[in-house]
Design a protein around this ligand. Structure first.
Ligand SMILES: Cc1cc2nc3c(=O)[nH]c(=O)nc-3n(C[C@H](O)[C@H](O)[C@H](O)COP(=O)(O)OP(=O)(O)OC[C@H]3O[C@@H](n4cnc5c(N)ncnc54)[C@H](O)[C@@H]3O)c2cc1C
Length: 462
């Protein structure tokens, strides 16, 4: 960065809004993913929309690329600065601005932590249904930029479903106020939805308006043992037809073993060992619900779909069952997992797991593969654990070699190479497996309109 650019920066940011120490550059320079090293030139902390506009105009003038950064829990290197970019961190734009109980709209700044939104909603007697293992550190700006999914998508959908309005500063430095929390707005293209999931490549979110909803009624959690993953869909259909299913997750026995090894306080839900476990969460909507759950559970058992199972009897037990699923990412992280997050149509998910596992095992017989994910919405997380004798670099290289095999499978199944973690830097060279050349060309044209000088998150997605 030139001296002139630095001097110019100091005309609109105070000294304490700029950080450049080596530890700060490392901390703020990358997300959770392991594939790319952090190499930013500076970290800046805007405190209001005007700071963001000034930053964009400054970046255009001095040709300095900017990387928007939230809670840095992203898994695709979309918030990683590898090339001397300036990281724009939203930690100080972290205020709840307004709650309108008639509209049920909560207005926040982008740096508000996702869990803070969940807690605020709960305190007011309402509900924000986007939920995943990183809610305690991800920021709303990051979740909107990735269109985060998580464990409740099967009933409530993705982040996109809950964003009623957005204020954005584009790469041209223009401020836009999109949809303004209108329920009905038939005025042409909905730019709000274009910005949601854009991975910080089109603009910076400076204000987010969130549609809250009513709290679910009492929830029950079931953990069911399965020998054959295809039976997970028989179970899902059986419950979904009669009840409101709020989560439908699966994990392999190997995944559970890793969680139990890392968390001595947790125990297996039942003694019978199964190849896979299905975690179902259902809403008890009224009298007779408890009996209905037991009857459906018996049906699944009698049909031979499940080998064993438990139904939570209190909230502590529900929490313990959820921990078996929620702690997987954290429990396998010491094994340097190479993560893939893919999706296929729900009805094809079990078959996809089976055929893909066969392909991986044939090519890489020594690899330990941990499968888990949101099977109720067709989203599968494939985690390859690093063998002890391979260096991290060798391991990543080999895994990237295996990616082509995996994504050829995905293309065969008409699936997506990234279900909810985004493309970022990590998946961009594989985008062609999920998007046609014509589509990618349109995406590039859109980027040019929003960001004519290519200064916001350049090189991400494509
Ligand atoms: C243990 C674990 C479990 C996870 N589980 C899930 C899951 O179940 N479902 C799921 O969807 N994800 C999951 N994730 C991934 C991650 O938490 C989500 O992608 C989350 O939405 C990222 O939010 P963040 O604030 O950390 O964003 P970051 O990682 O900081 O950034 C993500 C993207 O948002 C952009 N961005 C950030 N702030 C802004 C802003 N104000 N304006 C414009 N762009 C911005 C960045 O440039 C980047 O492109 C998980 C991650 C971990 C570590």
């Amino acid at each position: 960065m030139t001296d002139a650019a630095l001097k110019d920066l100091q005309t609109f940011l105070t000294a304490n809004q700029v950080k450049g120490s080596a530890p700060d550059l490392q901390t703020y320079g990358k997300d959770w993913s392991i594939y790319h090293a952090a190499n930013p030139s500076l970290i800046v902390f805007p405190e209001n929309e005007k700071n963001v506009v000034d930053l964009v105009l400054w970046a255009r003038k001095h040709k300095v690329p900017l990387v928007p950064s939230g809670g840095r829990t992203g898994l695709s290197s979309a918030a990683t600065a590898t090339n001397k970019e300036v990281v724009v961190a939203f930690d100080r734009m972290n205020q709840i601005l307004d709650f309108n109980e008639t509209d049920l709209v909560l207005t926040v700044q982008p740096g508000v932590i996702t869990e803070t939104v969940q807690n605020f909603a709960e305190e007011k007697g309402y509900y924000y249904p986007v939920d995943f293992a990183a809610v305690g550190s991800s920021q709303m700006g990051g979740t909107v930029a990735t269109n985060a999914g998580g464990v409740k998508v099967v009933k409530y959908g993705l982040t996109r479903n809950w964003i009623s309005g957005l204020k954005v500063v584009t790469g041209a430095g223009e401020s836009l106020y999109l949809n303004k929390s209108l329920k009905k707005n038939a005025t042409g293209y909905d730019l709000r939805h274009l910005l949601i999931g854009s991975e910080g490549t089109l603009g910076f979110f400076t204000q987010i308006e969130i549609q809250l909803t009513n709290q679910p009624k009492e929830l029950k959690v079931l953990v069911l043992g399965l020998e054959h993953l295809e039976n997970s869909l028989d179970v899902f259909r059986t419950f979904n037809k009669k009840m409101s299913v709020t989560a439908c997750e699966f994990f392999s026995h190997q995944a559970m073993e890793k969680v139990l090894a890392a968390h001595a306080k947790l125990s297996a839900p039942f003694e019978t060992q199964a190849s896979f476990y299905l975690l179902l969460e259902v809403e008890q909507t009224g009298e007779g619900s408890a009996e209905l759950i037991e009857a459906l559970f018996s049906d699944c058992f009698e049909n031979g779909w499940v080998s064993d199972g438990v139904i939570s009897q209190n909230s502590q037990q529900s929490e313990n069952f959820w921990s078996l699923r929620e702690y997987i990412s954290e429990s396998i992280s010491p094994f340097t997992p190479y993560k893939n997050d893919v999706s296929v149509r729900v009805s094809r998910a079990p078959e996809f797991v089976k055929t893909t596992q066969e392909i991986i095992q044939k090519s890489y017989p020594d690899w330990e593969v941990i499968w888990f994910g949101h099977i109720g919405d067709g989203n599968l997380h494939i985690n390859i654990l690093k063998p002890k004798d391979l260096s991290r670099e060798e391991f990543i290289k080999k895994c990237q070699g295996a990616d082509d095999l995996l994504y050829q499978q995905i293309a065969k199944y008409d699936g997506s190479i990234s279900a909810e973690h985004g493309v970022g830097l990590a998946k961009k060279k594989f985008l062609h497996y999920s998007r046609s050349p014509e589509e990618i060309e349109i995406l590039k044209q859109i980027k040019k309109i929003f960001d004519p000088d290519n200064i916001i998150n350049p090189g991400k997605i494509f």
